[in-house]
Design a protein around this ligand. Structure first.
Ligand SMILES: [Zn+2]
Length: 138
């Protein structure tokens, strides 16, 4: 039999070993059509499966991003999992350094905004109190 639009679904079912379908329900997504495979196994909710694949892809990208960022930062592997809690202070200068670093991290968002707006991006122009206002239309 020639493959046409009308029998494409049945063709694909045979190709992937689908022998039937039956109504099923997902707690999160409601009713769906579960697929019965040759071995008798039932498919799960397609939306849950899609969400699971999306989360796995997100985690894969997050892991890849972390690897690239750690490589760019040139942090030695032995320090990669260290935190400020792991740092042992043994003199006052180290305590000052630790305080400066924790302050930097705690206030990173506001520091990053200041750094991002520092180089000729019009920050001073926007902040000028004597900015000429447009004349009212008469
Ligand atoms: Zn679901």
């Amino acid at each position: 039999m020639a493959l046409s639009v009308s029998n494409f679904g049945a063709h694909m079912d045979r190709k992937f070993g689908v022998i039937g379908r039956q109504p099923a329900s997902c707690f999160d997504h409601g009713e769906y059509s579960a697929v019965i495979l040759k071995g008798g196994n039932l498919s799960g909710c397609p939306k849950c499966a899609s969400n699971k694949r999306d989360m796995q892809e997100l985690e894969r990208k997050r892991c890849q991003f972390r690897i690239v960022q750690q490589s760019c930062a040139r942090i030695p592997k032995r320090f990669a999992e260290k935190t400020f809690a792991d740092f042992v202070v043994s003199n006052p200068a180290q305590q000052i350094a630790l305080d400066a670093c924790t302050d930097y991290v705690d206030n990173f968002r506001s520091i990053a905004v200041k750094v991002a707006a520092c180089c000729c991006w019009g920050r001073s122009v926007l902040a000028r109190p004597t900015w000429p206002l447009p004349r009212p239309v008469t």
